[in-house]
Design a protein around this ligand. Sequence first.
Ligand code: FBP
Length: 260
Amino acid sequence: MVKKMVKSKVGVSSRMAPFLKNGKGIILAYDQGLEHGPSKDFNEKNVDPEQIIEIAEKGGFTGLVFQKGVAENYYHGKVPLILKLNGKTSLPGGEPIARQICSVKQAIEIGAKGVGYTIYPGSAFEHEMLAEFGKIQEEAHHAGLPVLAWVYPRGATIKNDTAPEIVSYAARVGLEAGADAVKIKYSGDRQSFSWAVKAAGKARIFMSGGPKAPTDEDFLNQVRGVMEAGATGIAVGRNVWQNDDPLRMASALRKIIFGE
Ligand code: FBP
């Protein structure tokens, strides 16, 4: 008689637990120094990673995203860390590709409780990122870490990266590729975003913030739409740490996300 081997399964929920409070999450992203350069996004205050750590701690964030260099030099372990494993600068132009620059092993040594990776579906190099993501996902899951995928459709064929069908495709790419959480852009309205949430299945959806919105209320309305659509939370940077009062913005976001 052939005995079936049934492996015990660790699901998305338990892997994501370190980054959630009552099933929801608010993650502070700070990898823009690599992605955009310091002159575009930073001022005298937020150029300093210590200031971001303070916002994450005092602002009640459930996760913090750093690239390896910032993490190695500044991270001291209070807010759970998501180590971004790939990245690129904005200097080359052309079809986007972000290659791995930190290993899962190194992320764990630095203290990460999760890893992040950007995929640009639509890029001429999407196959390279999907293949690299696949390996990272297996390694991270083997070590018990969740994998958060930044899924940003981009490249010559993508005319509008916030069109509902593109955003829901991004969400589904995350599920199909094995991400525990998928970070996607807002599609502009609650109804179309709820389709993206549905398309992601068991993968958790986090909204990506984008450049600072014209007013705080514009951004908060966007977050309301996202949460009403069934998202798990947000993973944002500029709309928090570029705000004149980041802790007041954090408090307004917590009210919407956790109902505090
Ligand atoms: P923001 O909320 O500041 O947009 O941060 C989210 C994020 O995904 C960052 O993690 C990343 O650095 C940035 O956006 C990438 O921005 P883009 O590729 O759209 O220029």
